[in-house]
Design a protein around this ligand. Structure first.
Ligand code: FMN
Length: 499
């Protein structure tokens, strides 16, 4: 069966982490009230194995187990991105540039629509009507300041455009509101918010499904800011070279991956809202004054596999990168690279350093090709800023750092060296105050300026000679500062010196 490979089947993915020795089966009872999340958060921070909680306090009839950090960094320090690689059927040695290139690989290929099959593992158990009680499920509380228990942090929200054709898959969090409703963040300019608005104009509630424990490669595509109108299910089909297998929901016409662990389905109200948050977010803060009201998702059916596994992300400081960094940051970088290359700019790589909480993106340019453009910092940086900051894929980025090809954008020490030494405060900074902001960045939501626009900057980390294709210096490190024969000699004598 095609769709049982680990990147296409969450249960197989969990098994693969186990055989990688990158998963810990925890059979002792653990409390979903903060304890589960504290373990997950620490697992990110100390880079331990992914915890699989097989005995969650309050679980009934197997509903449910919890896995934390499925997309965090691997406990195998040789291959830190192994879990992301496993999402995409890449070799464990894959770097973040391989992850980015894999996710961009279907850009030029025709979409492959999913196939609809009659049933699948997600239909093993079905719960309807009065038997649904979300408040009785062991839904975790993720941070002591959170305003509720979050069931949806790593599942796929599936919503159709009312005009048909386009079905958007994305990740947007949701917390338990009452027995059969959740409140979920629906925030512009995300596609889910654009589609929601269309239904609101029609005055009809939005049919939805949330697939929890969905095919890992589909979770990656859902986290990626693919262009409007691109159905992620079709993009994933194209990435895999074969169609995804979907089954129809019980109470609406949505289709979900047949092997999902848990499926929630129903309608999102275009009128009723409920309190949502505070929530510990991707920048490492849970603001105590957060008091937002968000649309309510009515749950009309829950279907699930036997002994299902709920995937959970506990966002926080990127000293322990979690999926809001490894996925949101990396996949925004992929789309920004595509945007800049499509615009004919000599961009080699783009990356959002975890150390910047993925608020910064480093853009690496080919110095010799740059020289052919016969441009300068002012013109080039404004061009890049206008492209990225006015496009949805640049929403989360507030600082772009333009670096030359001697800088590896995936190495934070390279990026900070260039930023610190080549980007002169003020004259090398190009500010954008009229572009959409990312309102969740703390200096936007809780800072002194406008909240919804501006606060963005392009930092030029190239010296004027670099725009002419010249690198007028020798870098003073072991690698670059010495002739090859001296380096060889030093390395061969090194241990003999007792060093
Ligand atoms: N985006 C949101 O707007 N709200 C969220 O609550 C949210 N939570 C996320 C949680 C995780 C673990 C991940 C990996 C991503 C999350 N995202 C969230 C980011 C979106 O999924 C991402 O921006 C995606 O591109 C949105 O889909 P769209 O491009 O189709 O609009």
């Amino acid at each position: 069966v095609a769709n049982q490979a680990p990147h296409l089947d969450f249960r197989s993915f969990v098994d693969e982490l186990r055989s990688d020795d990158d998963l810990a089966d925890i059979n002792a009872e653990v409390d979903p009230h903060l304890e589960v999340a504290a373990i997950i958060r620490r697992a990110y921070e100390v880079r331990s194995k992914a915890p699989l909680f097989n005995n969650v306090k309050g679980a009934k009839d197997g509903l449910f187990r919890i896995i934390g950090a499925p997309g965090g960094l691997s406990s195998d320090s040789r291959y830190p991105y192994k879990r992301l690689a496993r999402h995409l059927a890449l070799p464990p040695t894959a770097g973040l540039n391989d992850v980015i290139d894999k996710m961009l690989a279907a850009k030029g290929t025709p979409p492959i629509p999913p196939v609809h099959i009659s049933s699948g593992p997600c239909k093993e158990i079905k719960i309807f009507g009065d038997d649904i009680d979300l408040t009785k499920l062991p839904v975790p509380l993720l941070n002591k300041a959170d305003g509720g228990n979050y069931i949806q942090t790593l599942g796929i929200n599936i919503v159709p455009h009312p005009a048909g054709k386009w079905t958007n898959w994305s990740i947007a969090r949701a917390m338990i509101h009452d027995k059969n409703r959740m409140s979920g963040l629906i925030m512009k300019p995300q596609h889910i918010a654009r589609i929601y608005e269309q239904w609101q104009n029609k005055g009809e509630d939005v049919p939805y499904a949330i697939a929890l424990g969905a095919p890992p490669i589909a979770v990656m595509a859902a986290s990626m800011p693919l262009p409007q109108g691109v159905s992620e299910a079709e993009y994933v089909g194209s990435l895999c070279g074969s169609p995804l297998e979907l089954v129809k929901c019980e109470t609406n016409d949505m289709y979900v991956p047949a092997n999902s662990e848990i499926v929630l389905e129903g309608t999102i109200s275009v009128k009723d809202r409920g309190r949502e948050g505070p929530f510990g977010e991707m920048h490492g803060y849970s603001f105590l004054d957060e008091n937002s009201s968000q649309p309510l998702y009515k749950v009309s059916a829950i279907t699930h596999r036997k002994d299902p596994i709920l995937p959970v992300c506990v966002p926080g400081r990127a000293t322990g990168p979690d999926e809001t960094h490894t996925m949101i940051g990396t996949l925004a970088a992929a789309e920004i690279k595509q945007l800049l290359q499509d615009s004919g700019l000599p961009v080699m790589n783009v990356f959002t350093p975890f150390e910047s909480q993925v608020i910064w993106a480093a853009v690496q340019v080919d110095r010799l090709k740059l020289a052919k453009l016969n441009t300068n910092a002012n013109e080039f940086c404004n061009k890049i800023g206008n492209l990225v900051f006015r496009h949805k894929c640049g929403m989360q980025i507030h600082r772009l750092l333009i670096v030359s090809d001697d800088i590896d954008p995936f190495k934070f020490e390279d990026v900070t060296w260039a930023f610190a030494s080549r980007c002169r405060p003020s004259v090398d900074e190009f500010h954008f105050e009229d572009v959409p902001a990312y309102p969740l960045v703390p200096y936007m939501s809780h800072g002194i300026g406008t909240k919804l626009t501006g606060g963005k900057v392009v930092g030029n980390c190239l010296l004027p000679s670099e725009y002419k294709g010249e690198q007028g210096w020798v870098t003073c490190d072991f690698e670059n500062g010495y002739p090859e024969e001296i380096k060889k000699k030093v390395l061969s004598r090194w241990s003999g010196f007792g060093l």
